[in-house]
Design a binder for this molecule. Structure first.
Ligand code: FAD
Length: 400
């Protein structure tokens, strides 16, 4: 019996899983709501664990063909003083964190999948509901009324997943005290020789700055609850310059007209206690929306995909039937959950640290004025936390 998998959402989770499955002879329909991949913002940071996942999937050469840029260092500034810096790659002989154009990556994944006749990409086709056969999901219903049947539905539709809601799989949200305002602006010669990821804390304001995969500068500004409710009225070039060290303030001033209007990106963080019901599995942000801190989401999504493929490919290829598929879905969650729990814990520790410093003028003063003494200590405790955030927590190996 030929089994058909329907994947909802062509983000990093859906697009990579679709390609893995079609390459292994499985019939896949990938359904995407948006008309193109030019979504306002798609995270670009890939940690060594994510790069390794792409390599295992045989996609390293695809990565070489699309816009990407590696990071040279991470640097932390407090009230304009350098607290510490860590060079990339952090591991001897390891891979540096790399910024990869997600729009180009998704396009390339889908072009390759399109070369297989048993793959179909349905774009501009929002899924609205699930189809059920008694207690089992047996397909999806599109916004235009069409029904698509499936032996297995994968919900890869991101942090506000409709599939998750329709399957009655509740999300346990973790309190998240900030959203993000995203800006793009003209490149600075400062980043030509080195691409440094700056984390800048100035007074209560915190933002990150780096050169993206396509060469422009990107700023992610943490928008705390109750702070800057009137962010649309703020003179952003002036605000950014006022909280930056002199070289950067000058760049914001001189390139004020290139600073695009900020986009508000809502941050959702949480986990579903259950990732599956018979006939349906959630993966990636749909199952466990990740915070943007320390670029974890895409990496976790790619590692989810490898584990899911390990379980699903043999069952689907042999046509072992619905009962066998359903019995394996909870095992995929069980294998992935420990790493997700740990990554979210580490992300929230990083957020708490920044919040603590943001709230306490005294701590900031001490950190800023005694950076030369404290820097090394803070640096090594930060480095200790990075190993798992960079390498992952559990072993993930593609075996199919
Ligand atoms: C501000 C910000 C910055 C981030 N930066 C990084 C970073 O640098 N590195 C990193 O690793 N992670 C980052 N993340 C996290 C990362 O974006 C997510 O974890 C990752 O995109 C999850 O991939 P996904 O494929 O599961 O979901 P998504 O990327 O959200 O993809 C879901 C797809 O499903 C589609 N879809 C939604 N609803 C439907 C529907 N009803 N029918 C059909 N299709 C639908 C969407 O259009 C989308 O294409 C960031 C997150 C935020 C908020």
């Amino acid at each position: 019996m030929m089994t058909q998998v329907v994947i909802v959402g062509a983000g990093p989770t859906g697009a990579t899983l679709a390609l893995l499955l079609v390459k292994r002879g499985i019939t896949v329909k990938l359904i995407e709501a948006s008309r193109n991949f030019r979504r306002v913002f798609r995270g670009e940071g890939l940690m060594p664990s994510g790069l390794d996942a792409l390599e295992q999937m045989g996609l390293s050469s695809m990565l070489e063909r699309i816009p990407h840029r590696s990071l040279d260092a991470w640097e932390f500034l407090i009230d304009n003083n350098k607290l510490f810096r860590v060079d990339e790659p952090m591991e001897l002989g390891g891979k540096p964190t790399t910024l990869v154009s997600q729009q180009a990556l998704l396009g390339a994944l889908i072009s390759e999948a399109n070369t297989y006749s048993h793959f179909e990409f349905m774009q501009s086709a929002p899924v609205q509901d699930l189809l059920w056969n008694e207690q089992r999901v047996c397909g999806v219903k599109l916004g235009d009324g069409r029904s698509i049947s499936a032996d297995l539905v994968i919900g890869a539709d991101g942090r506000n997943s409709i599939v998750r809601q329709r399957a009655n799989l509740p999300l346990e949200e973790q309190s998240q005290s900030f959203d993000i305002l995203w800006f793009k602006l003209a490149d600075s010669p400062h980043f030509e020789s080195e691409n440094v990821f700056y984390s800048i804390l100035n007074g209560r304001h915190a933002f990150a700055l780096f050169q993206g995969s396509e060469g422009n500068l990107q700023v992610g500004w943490a928008l705390h609850e109750n702070a800057l409710k009137d962010w649309k009225q703020v003179d952003w070039p002036l605000m950014l310059a006022s909280v930056s060290p002199p070289w950067l303030a000058l760049h914001f001033q001189e390139n004020a007209e290139t600073i695009e209007r900020p986009v508000l990106l809502s941050v959702v963080v949480g986990r579903c206690p259950r990732w599956s019901v018979p006939g349906l599995l959630l993966l990636g942000d749909a199952a466990h929306p990740m915070s943007p801190i320390r670029a974890q989401g895409i990496n976790m999504a790619l590692r989810d995909v490898i584990v899911a493929a390990n379980y699903l490919v043999p069952l689907l290829r042999e046509g072992l039937g619905h009962a066998a598929i359903d019995a394996n879905l909870p095992q995929i969650q069980a294998e992935r959950e420990p790493e997700i729990v740990r990554a979210q814990q580490l992300q929230s520790q990083e957020a708490e640290m920044a919040q603590l410093l943001g709230k306490s003028a005294l701590m900031r003063w001490v950190a800023s004025n005694f950076a030369h003494i404290l820097g090394d200590r803070v640096r090594s405790s930060w480095l200790n936390r990075q190993r798992e955030l960079r390498q992952g927590v559990t072993e993930v190996k593609l075996i199919v």
